[in-house]
Write a protein of this length. Sequence first.
Length: 126
Amino acid sequence: MTSRQIAILALMAVGLLCAAGIYYFYDPSLDNFFPRCPFLTVTHLRCPGCGSQRAIHAILHGDLATAWHFNAMMIISIPLLAIYTFAEFTRKRFVRLYQALNSPSVIWTIFAAVMLWWVGRNIFGW
Ligand SMILES: [Zn+2]
């Protein structure tokens, strides 16, 4: 790992800790300073990310069931984001993992899952 990558990881860690602090101490359901979803505001339909802020607040308080209720896709994507971050920073060492995660079939599968989630949550209330 290069010193540049270490610096980027350190900045990401600081950013994540700051965001976690904000989402721990402030409830997006109650506090108005959190940004509202522009897609929801304009269309009155939920986007794939709607409920993520409330889900993060619930996770940080150990309430996984409530977090799942607010946005299940966000819960599922957390380990996926961790794997992608790991693969990005170790792509020279684990070339096959990086290539597999960034293959067109995996990218299209993720895209299809997000589209299915987007449509499904507005039709079936997921
Ligand atoms: Zn939204």
